[in-house]
Write a protein that binds this ligand. Structure first.
Ligand code: R5P
Length: 263
């Protein structure tokens, strides 16, 4: 078995098929498989993010033409998955477009901790989760499990069941300009474990911490599958004792953030 890693997953320590990537003077992308793959079974591991979908499609085409058989595509992080609803007239349902392109490849797909399983209407795939692996490194500490929003309750329930812990859900409302998190629960002096699919700006966790601390929560912990950590995110997580994320993104452990090898 050979692994076809893309730019977004090149940090994973796996035997990788060599791929040359460059640009023509006009900016067009050039992709070439430079390993021998004729007759090889290949697993492709790639993130679908804003700028790599076309590169991935070219890479798949190049691997097939070089005689490799891509048996499955593992997608640790499926970007655009948060664009799964129309909030205003005139918007694109971007994840639906992405899913339809991937479906056309006719290659079995596995997605880790997808934002919303409802997108399976456009792309049948197998769901996997990094969260049980992350849970293994969390100290056993009498937690109440918290979902920061209603959409994440199923995920949090799965973890609460494994921990045999109670669960509560906060309510998150997003307007164009701000994120509001509300919720009440009897969590005085309890340790809290927030479960989420991703940390992007860190705003959700920052606001959730405020609400939970105001209600007397003791130590705050997080397990989140994907650490995107856009600018300023780490600084918004200071209220947390420990934040555990998978290595789906190339992030290094630092201070209260611990990257756990899940892939
Ligand atoms: C949202 O519904 C997700 O589950 C995450 O809570 C959210 O995307 C995290 O984003 P941020 O860190 O920017 O608040």
């Amino acid at each position: 078995m050979k692994y076809l890693l893309t730019r977004s997953t090149a940090h994973l320590k796996l035997p990788a098929v060599k791929v040359e990537r460059s640009h023509f003077p006009d900016g067009e992308l050039y992709i070439r498989i430079s390993s021998l793959v004729r007759g090889e079974k290949i697993t492709m591991i790639t993130h679908i993010t804003s700028d790599n979908l076309l590169a991935d499609l070219f890479t798949i085409d190049a691997a097939k033409r070089a005689g490799g058989k891509i048996e499955k595509i593992l997608i640790p992080y499926l970007g655009y998955a948060r664009q799964d609803q129309l909030y205003q007239k005139g918007e694109a349902l971007s994840i639906s477009v992405v899913c339809k392109i991937l479906k056309n490849l006719c290659i079995p797909i596995v997605v880790y901790d997808v934002h919303n399983e409802a997108i399976k209407r456009d792309l049948p795939f197998k769901s996997e989760s990094f969260l049980p692996k992350l849970l293994k490194v969390v100290p056993r500490d009498h937690f109440v499990v918290v979902s920061p929003d209603r959409g994440g309750v199923k995920r949090a329930k799965m973890i609460a069941k494994l921990l045999k812990a109670p669960i509560i859900s906060l309510k998150k409302t997003r307007t164009k300009k701000k994120v509001i998190i509300e919720g009440r629960a009897d969590i005085q002096n309890m340790n809290v474990l927030i479960v989420d699919d991703m940390i992007s700006t860190g705003t959700t966790l920052q606001k959730a911490a405020k609400v939970l601390k105001a209600q007397g929560a003791k130590d705050l912990y997080v397990i989140a599958s994907h650490g995107l950590f856009t600018k300023g995110a780490k600084g918004r997580l200071k209220a947390y004792k420990r934040v555990f994320i998978s290595n789906s993104f190339n992030i290094k452990s630092s201070n209260n953030i611990e990257v756990i090898e899940c892939l």
